[in-house]
Ligand binder design. Structure first.
Ligand SMILES: C[S@@+](CC[C@H](N)C(=O)[O-])C[C@H]1O[C@@H](n2cnc3c(N)ncnc32)[C@H](O)[C@@H]1O
Length: 264
């Protein structure tokens, strides 16, 4: 395991369980984003993700999730992604430990191969869970979106003492349409499952404040760290593959070819 220190941001090159056990203080993290391998045969830096069976994959998830509960502050929040087929198990597991406030559907469209004999998947599930449902960060006003009424004319609310226009914005519901990252988009990096900055921006703005610490357990292209830096949050990112760590350091503004660079 190796740790790179950049002001306000820490990059841990290593295994998630080891990093959580030895590299991160208990009760120190405001927001955790967990986007693990989904056990669907993706290839990360030449290595095919593969667990022998569902039970082994789920046990591995439970192991690092258990550590996450310790790392979160008493007002902390966890967002968890996984494949649709594993979500029911992870949902039930989380229900006994945290309070799940939303089951989010990240919906996107696909211009690529389409299923012809079944309904192809165009979404990924995200669980939004908090340690204390009576005391947690949620900045709804920071993430408001247009409230589409379907009406052609502007609607007037007659329930008020003085009729006024209906509010035209709202806190997003639990279905989020956000396009996937495509080759040649400015944010694109070479990685099979890069998440869009817009997705992390909504999560980080809603569930943390400037100066808070955001932990990404499976950093990949370090979308979380890059967005955290832009939004003036601190970040800790864990990633096992050095090629992706290089992408992350670069995204955090580090020029790895700079002579005399010392990140230890
Ligand atoms: C689904 S991707 C995360 C993508 C990331 N959210 C992004 O926006 O780019 C999962 C990542 O976890 C990494 N990974 C797999 N097993 C790991 C482990 N045991 N410890 C740390 N990282 C791991 C993979 O190399 C991969 O980059």
């Amino acid at each position: 395991m190796k740790v790179f220190e950049i002001p306000g941001h820490q990059v841990i090159w290593g295994d998630v369980t080891e990093a959580l056990e030895t590299g991160i203080e208990d009760n120190s993290i405001n927001l955790i984003f967990a986007d693990p391998p989904y056990n669907i045969g993706k290839i990360f830096n030449g290595k095919k993700e593969q667990w022998n069976c569902d039970e082994v994959y789920l046990d591995w998830c439970y192991q690092w999730l258990e550590l996450c509960f310790r790392k979160l502050t008493t007002t902390g929040t966890l967002y968890l992604m996984s494949a649709t087929q594993y979500m029911p198990y992870l949902d039930i597991y989380l229900q006994n430990r945290l309070t799940i406030l939303s089951r989010i559907v990240w919906h996107y469209d696909s211009s690529g191969m389409q299923a012809k004999k079944y309904f192809g998947s165009l979404y990924e599930p995200i669980l939004f869970a908090v340690k204390n449902p009576h005391n947690y960060t949620f900045n709804g006003d920071e993430i408001r979106v247009e409230a589409k009424t379907g009406a052609v004319r502007k609607l007037i609310d007659y329930r008020k003492s003085k009729p006024a226009l209906y509010c035209t914005t709202k806190v997003p519901g639990n279905v989020w349409y956000i396009p996937r990252v495509r080759y040649k988009m400015p944010e694109y990096r070479k990685h099979p499952t890069q998440k869009p900055e817009a997705l992390l921006e909504r999560i980080i703005k809603a569930s943390s404040n400037p100066g808070d610490v955001v932990l990404d357990l499976f950093a990949g292209t370090f979308t979380t760290a890059a967005v955290s830096q832009r939004l003036e949050r601190k970040s800790i990112s864990i990633e096992r593959e050095y090629e992706y760590v290089e992408i992350g350091l670069n995204r955090l503004g580090i020029n790895l070819n700079e002579p005399g660079l010392n990140l230890d």
